[in-house]
Design a protein around this ligand. Structure first.
Ligand code: FES
Length: 509
């Protein structure tokens, strides 16, 4: 913890601090279960819990350790207010489906509450109002239209010109009775319950493929197999594509979080701006003290300015409006957005009916992830889910998805070419400690990071997913791909897919 207003040197989400997580072995053998789940975040653990309660035999594997991916980096708002969305959903899907989207989020909130009650989980769960606000004239009418959409869908709300923060605003839209919690306290309890129910959990076991037949098998990098009746891909980016071309149907964004000790008391509520750059706020209690989480600065992965500049922009905001005594933590998170903003949840493709996928939650993984686990569990147990059709990955409506489809893929094509052409020839000798550059080594485009001890780490910058060129992320000390959001450590190891293979290491001798 720093004692000044400097940012902490290393990114670390607050949620993982001070919690002892159980550790789990690596998968070292072939196993047979009813359901194999890939990914130990909110979807994987909630699904494992719901299935194991019904005596269904489940195995769950994670490429790293459980609860350290997107779920471990969330801001953990449990709300149906997902930015400005309902007016757009009504226009795109019609009123009935827009209402279903809302009801799905409220049911997810109820599932979380029921689990907390049933398992007596202490996870700092608090009821809070969710508030979208704007200080831009252009967005006043958008907020008013969103309010009309709320009315149409019977969502309790209030339009106001005042919020209890020292931030200039022109209008705000309040959704009552939403919530926040400590996501890892909640999910640690679910993981413990899963173990009691006989779920087999394996860590450091990377799934790389599914062999699809009557009993689909998850194949790990080490060649081990989980043979099952059903597979659930809950790995954020689907670890397996089922020939459904997920990379062409989603894009990845990063956002930044600061945990701030302030001289001001937090007034309650969870806030988010309607306009960009996003600024979002909620409170959190750290060591008995209320702190502010300041979130924002979304940009496409691998395509922003220097990542430390994004943290600095949040610092400017915090210092102007919140009054900073200390920055306690900083971290960043990655989110996936689908073409029509509704997650893909359900059968991965028509041909492979026993493989399910849950992905593309935008920033709203607590409710979307929970309802995804419920939708898939219902399909496996043969129950009808009212939300199945809305979330099905095979939907594809012309407007506005097709335009967006073209845009997402044109953007990928642009980066594929641009990355190859833009080529610096910076000298490695001029690199400062804890800095990186891209240069040419043995004729190859090479990313070189010099660590604090002056050791050089060189990797081929060609992403092992589909060949785009990665860029340096100074905030997290990672190489990030602008095309579909794969991320690699400075040593080239995969941190986040869709890439499955590490970047090639380059010998500088
Ligand atoms: Fe697809 Fe890098 S993530 S090319």
């Amino acid at each position: 913890m720093t004692q000044s207003t400097d940012l902490p040197q290393f990114p670390e989400p607050y949620w993982r601090q001070d919690i002892d997580f159980p550790s789990f072995p690596k998968l070292e053998e072939k196993i047979n279960v009813d359901v194999g789940i890939v990914g130990g975040g909110i979807v994987g653990l909630t699904a494992a819990y719901l299935l194991s309660k019904r005596n269904i035999k489940v195995a769950l594997i994670d490429a790293g350790v459980i609860l350290n991916g997107t779920t471990g980096h969330t801001t953990a708002k449990i709300t149906a207010q997902h930015g400005l969305i309902y007016d757009e959903l009504i226009k795109h899907f019609g009123e009935k489906k827009a209402k279903l989207y809302y009801e799905a989020q409220i049911e997810a909130k109820q599932i979380i509450e029921d689990n907390i009650k049933e398992l007596q989980i202490e996870c700092d769960y608090e009821s809070q109002d969710a508030i979208i606000y704007t200080n831009s004239d252009e967005y006043i009418s958008k907020l008013e239209n969103e309010r009309k959409a709320y009315d149409q869908l019977d969502i309790k709300s209030e339009l106001t010109e005042e919020i209890p923060l020292d931030i200039p605003i022109k209008k705000a839209l309040v959704m009552k009775d939403q919530a926040q919690y400590h996501p890892l306290k909640y999910l640690k309890a679910l993981a413990e319950e899963c173990v009691k129910n006989g779920v087999l959990i394996y860590e450091n076991s990377t799934a790389i493929d599914v062999e699809y037949n009557k009993h689909p098998a998850i194949i790990t990098r080490d060649g081990h197999r989980i043979i099952s009746n059903y597979v659930i891909s809950a790995s954020h980016y689907p670890f397996y594509d089922g020939q459904a071309f997920y990379p062409t149907r989603m894009y990845a964004e990063r956002a930044y979080v600061l945990a701030v000790k302030s001289a001001k008391n937090y007034p309650g509520g969870m806030y988010i701006t309607a306009e960009d750059p996003t600024r979002s706020l909620r409170s959190v209690t750290i060591n008995g003290e209320k702190m502010w989480l300041v979130i924002g600065e979304n940009h496409k992965t691998g395509q922003g300015k220097s990542t430390m500049d994004h943290y600095e922009a949040l610092q400017d905001f915090a210092e102007k409006y919140i009054g900073v005594k200390e920055y306690v933590n900083r971290w960043s998170a990655q989110d996936l957005t689908t073409l029509d903003k509704v997650p893909y949840v359900g059968r991965i493709s028509a041909e492979e009916e026993a493989v399910f996928v849950a992905t593309g939650f935008r920033k709203w993984g607590m409710t979307n992830g929970t309802i995804a686990a419920k939708i898939i569990t219902d399909k496996i147990t043969g129950e009808d889910s009212p939300y199945g059709e809305l979330f099905t990955p095979s939907r594809f409506q012309a407007d506005p998805s097709l335009r967006k489809f073209a845009r997402v893929n044109a953007d990928v094509a642009k980066h594929l070419i641009k990355g190859k052409l833009e080529f610096t020839e910076n000298s490695i000798d001029e690199l400062s400690p804890d800095d990186a550059t891209v240069t040419r080594v043995h004729g190859k485009r090479t990313g070189v990071y010099k660590d604090k001890e002056n050791n050089l780490h060189a990797v081929d910058t060609t992403c092992t997913h589909m060949g785009c060129e990665v860029s340096w992320n100074s905030g997290d000390r990672t190489w990030d791909c602008p095309c579909h959001g794969s991320r690699f450590s400075y040593k080239g190891e995969v941190i986040e897919g869709p890439a499955k293979r590490p970047l090639e290491r380059i010998d500088l001798e």
